[in-house]
Design a protein. Structure first.
Length: 476
């Protein structure tokens, strides 16, 4: 078969129009030839993941009068099942019956799996009856396939009926059987029954694996029962079963949903002491969660600790931390973090700059915010409306009207950002000063740039005129 595998690969790459099957059949006329070669050709196609060609070779083998072996048919069925080619699977099965090729347990189990994927229970039952009529008793694989399918569809009564039938027919349930049933119970919220089944499994001599523990832990986490989840984790470790990234991840998410990220952090520290590696995804989740809970310094402390062990956050995690610091007005700490990003060759993006500029303008450091805006433009990151609005509002708040107007024009000309909100902030600042002449001149200048006043602009202008009139009346 190795030679055939090399041949079909060569033909595929060099001469895709050559017909390997036809060449083999022609050779049969001139040499001592065994039809098993065609069996091997079908297998070679399946092995090379050329399932369509394998199926075509199967059809042509039958057409020329040769009968493939049951093993070859199973190879082909396996390839077709993986691609969910349902119709072709049944065509192969029906052809097997017509040619007198007797299916074996492997054939039936694959087709049972296919029917379960198709989710037609009546077809499954009919097929099982046919299977038994042909003298094949379902084995543990058959039962597991059916039980798993029933549990996925929430048909627990049918699943447990099959579980009882297994004992009556002296087919012992294995770890997969129990895990599938526990998963079904957990999905229905029947955690007590799932845990009882877990104990029954252990009592009958089966040792739980990571997947069994994960099934129960996941059920408890989704139900908010974190104490039970944590106890199971300790039991798991005590029994020598190593938790995987899913185990840790689902418990961290459970704590996160309960708003108990500090408990999650403590658990991570314990697991690290036990020598269990924590995946970067879990660290990312914890830092993002802490930031979203407005605990930027807890996230920063975690980052500093795990960075010593080679952890390097991506730009999204850095941005979450910077945004959280900026939200709490810790601009200096956020700027230090941005500097670390640059040292680690992580280029700040629009999200980074937007958070920093908005924070600086909010705390009356608009000049520093403008410097950052100039830096971002030089680095090839164009500003957006939020950056424009933050700077204009910042300068207006600091009463630097000239700078605000200058920047408003700059954003309009250089980046085609015409933000009426920023324009109105500038008009409002001038109206508060009751500087009518400057206000009217501003209207003219901004209209030339491309800004159009709206109803709010008019309201602020009227307010400025009224304020100027009121001030003049008092002075008179």
């Amino acid at each position: 078969m190795k030679l055939l595998s090399e041949l079909i690969e060569m033909v595929k790459d060099v001469s895709p129009n050559d017909d390997v099957f036809e060449s083999l059949v022609l050779c049969s006329e001139d040499c001592n030839w065994d039809p098993v070669v065609l069996d091997m050709l079908i297998k070679a196609y399946v092995k090379a993941n050329m399932i369509r060609e394998g199926f075509r070779a199967f059809r042509r083998t039958v057409e020329v009068g040769f009968v493939p072996s049951v093993i070859t048919c199973n190879w082909l069925l396996n390839g077709l099942v993986k691609l969910s080619r349902v119709d072709q699977c049944w065509e192969v099965y029906e052809e097997m019956g017509r040619l007198g090729i007797h299916p074996n347990a492997y054939t039936f189990n694959m087709l049972t799996h296919l029917l379960c994927k198709d989710e037609d229970v009546d077809k499954v039952n009919a097929f099982l009856e046919k299977m038994e009529e042909e003298g094949f008793d379902p084995d543990v694989v058959t039962y597991n396939t059916l039980i798993n399918s029933y549990c996925r569809k929430g048909r627990l009564e049918d699943a447990f009926y099959l579980y009882k039938i297994m004992y009556r027919r002296y087919v012992l349930p294995d770890l997969f059987t129990y895990t599938a049933l526990m998963n079904g119970l957990c999905k229905e919220g029947k955690l007590k029954e799932a845990h009882q089944l877990f104990h029954r499994m252990v009592h009958r001599g089966l040792s739980p694996d990571t997947k069994s523990y994960n099934t129960l832990i996941c059920g408890y986490c989704k139900d908010g029962k974190m104490q039970e989840s944590r106890s199971l984790l300790y039991e798991m470790i005590g029994n020598g079963v190593r938790p995987d990234s899913f185990t840790c991840g689902i418990i961290m998410e459970g704590y996160g949903k309960e708003g108990r990220l500090l408990s999650a952090l403590n658990l991570v520290a314990e697991l690290e002491r036990f020598g269990f590696p924590i995946s970067h995804d879990i660290y990312d989740y914890l830092m993002v969660g802490l930031c979203q809970e407005d605990r930027p310094f807890a996230a920063k402390s975690l980052l500093e600790r795990i960075s010593q062990h080679g952890y390097l956050p991506d730009i999204d995690v850095y941005n979450e931390l910077i945004e959280s610091l900026c939200k709490c007005d810790y601009a200096e700490e956020a700027l230090v973090l941005k500097a670390k990003m640059v040292i680690q060759n992580i280029k700040p993006n629009l999200v980074t700059y937007r958070a920093l500029i908005s924070c600086l303008c909010k705390i009356n450091r608009s000049v520093d915010g403008e410097s950052l805006m100039e830096e971002m433009v030089k680095s090839g990151v164009p500003p957006d409306l939020a950056v424009c609005r933050a700077l204009i509002n910042g300068y207006c708040k600091e009463r630097d009207i000239y700078k605000a107007e200058s920047l408003l024009g700059f954003f309009a000309k250089e980046f085609q950002i015409f933000d009426t909100g920023s324009y109105n902030a500038l008009v409002k600042a001038l109206s508060e000063n009751a500087d009518v002449a400057t206000l009217i001149d501003l209207q003219d200048r901004m209209q030339k740039v491309g800004f159009a006043p709206n109803s709010l602009t008019c309201k602020f202008v009227i307010h400025g005129l009224w304020k100027a009139y009121s001030t003049g009346q008092k002075e008179a």
